[in-house]
Ligand binder design. Structure first.
Ligand code: SAM
Length: 220
C-alpha cells in the first residue's frame, strides 16, 4: 500500500474518531504558515497520546521535543485541573510558535515550555516530582541520554513513550553515518535490556509514513 492510501485511511479514521477543535486545527495551520516542518504527530497519534495519559490518570507529563505544541496540546488536555506538562524545545522559533498555539488553546497555565537543548534543560528539573508520562520526540541521536533522564524522573508506573522508532524500516539496515538511526537502535536496546522496564513497540503507517512508537512501563 502507498503513502496515499495510508493517508486516505488516516483521514477516514480521523473523520469518524478524532475530532479536532479550532485550537488544534489552528496550531497546525500556524505551524505551516510559520514554515515549521510538518513532523508533529498525526491527529490520531495525538489522540492516542491523550488516551494513554488519561488511562494512567497522568497529572505530570514531560515532553522532549515541542515543535509547535501540537502533541503538547493533546497531552495537556488529558490532565486534571492541577496537571502540568513541561515541554523542552531547542529551536527558539518553534518555542515561540508553540507558545502562541498554547495560548490560543487556553492552556498556558498547564504547559511550561523550557527553551534550550534538552540535555541542558533536563538537569534543571531535578527538584520536580516524578513524571507520570514522558514523551520523547526530539533529536533521535540523543534518545539514549533522554532515556537515562526519563528513568531518573520516573516512578514505578511511569509510562515512557518514544516516537519515530522505525523510520521507514531503517532500524534493521542502519548505516554508520546515520547517528539518528544509531540513537534509535541503542534506545531500543537499552529499553529492552532494562529490568526496570516492561516494553513493546508498534510499527505505524499513516499520513506520516511508515514509523513506530515504543512504549515502556516502569515496573513496580
Ligand atoms: N512532539 C511534537 C509534536 O508531535 O507536535 C513534534 C516534535 S518534532 C518531531 C522534534 C522537535 O524537537 C523539533 O521542534 C526540534 O527543534 C526539537 N529538538 C531537536 N533537538 C532538540 C534538542 N536537543 N533539545 C530539545 N529539542 C530539540
Amino acid at each position: 500500500m502507498s503513502n496515499q492510501r495510508w493517508t486516505e485511511v488516516d483521514n477516514y479514521l480521523n473523520k469518524h474518531l478524532v475530532e479536532q477543535d479550532v485550537a488544534l486545527l489552528c496550531a497546525l495551520n500556524t505551524n505551516a504558515d510559520a514554515g515549521l516542518p510538518a513532523i508533529d504527530v498525526s491527529p490520531n497519534q495525538g489522540k492516542l497520546l491523550h488516551i494513554y495519559a488519561r488511562m494512567i490518570q497522568a497529572r505530570r507529563v514531560l515532553e522532549i521535543g515541542t515543535l509547535g505544541g501540537y502533541s503538547t496540546i493533546w497531552l495537556a488536555r488529558a490532565l486534571p485541573e492541577d496537571g502540568k506538562v513541561i515541554t523542552l524545545e531547542y529551536d527558539e522559533r518553534h518555542a515561540e510558535i508553540a507558545s502562541q498555539n498554547i495560548r490560543r488553546a487556553g492552556l498556558e497555565d498547564k504547559i511550561t515550555i523550557r527553551p534550550g537543548a534538552a540535555l541542558d534543560t533536563l538537569p534543571t528539573l531535578h527538584n520536580s516530582e516524578p513524571f507520570d508520562l514522558i514523551f520523547i520526540d526530539a533529536d533521535k541521536k540523543n534518545n539514549p541520554a533522554y532515556l537515562e533522564w526519563a528513568l531518573r524522573y520516573s516512578r514505578p508506573g511511569t509510562v515512557i513513550i518514544g516516537d519515530n522508532v522505525v523510520r521507514d524500516g531503517a532500524i534493521t539496515h542502519p548505516t554508520p553515518q546515520d547517528e539518528n538511526i544509531a540513537g534509535i537502535c541503542r534506545f531500543i536496546d537499552l529499553i529492552g535490556q532494562n529490568s526496570r522496564l516492561t516494553a513493546t513497540a508498534l510499527q505505524t503507517v499513516g499520513s506520516k509514513g511508515w514509523d513506530g512508537f515504543i512504549i515502556a512501563l516502569v515496573n513496580h
